[in-house]
Design a protein around this ligand. Structure first.
Ligand code: HEC
Length: 96
């Protein structure tokens, strides 16, 4: 019985650790503030479109961040696909 509890506990800790590793490795909000907010404000047009005016299509958002578009820089070398997805989720959350 004791062994079962210990095993369960170890499994839970492993899961908790894995979960937090993904979330804490990359802080989309902080990254956005550092790398994107110079050009993107929430409701005012900066050099780039205001976040509230951005496309509702997550594919468009993902493609634009990944490949760039006109004066929007390409970020595929700076961020991996998961990080770009996190940035898109951050934008979608801000738009609500
Ligand atoms: C040098 C200024 C600049 C920086 C820095 C910048 N952007 Fe942009 N961004 C733009 C411009 C300009 C556009 C519009 C491109 C166009 O006209 O097609 C744009 C477009 C976008 C779009 C598409 C919006 C839509 O509705 O199609 C997204 C999403 C986006 N940026 C996200 C980001 C993210 C995330 C970052 C940071 C990792 C970032 N941008 C950093 C200038 C910038």
């Amino acid at each position: 019985m004791r062994k079962l509890i210990m095993t369960t506990l170890a499994a839970c800790m492993l899961l908790a650790f894995q979960g937090s590793a993904v979330a804490s490795d990359f802080d989309a909000a902080a990254t956005f503030k550092k790398k994107c907010s110079i050009c993107h404000k929430l409701d005012k047009k900066g050099m780039g479109p205001a976040i509230l005016k951005m496309s509702a299509d997550t594919k468009v958002l993902t493609d634009t961040i990944t490949n760039g578009r006109k004066s929007m820089p390409t970020f595929s070398k700076k961020f991996n696909a998961e990080e770009i997805t996190a940035l898109v989720e951050h934008l979608v959350a801000l738009k609500k």
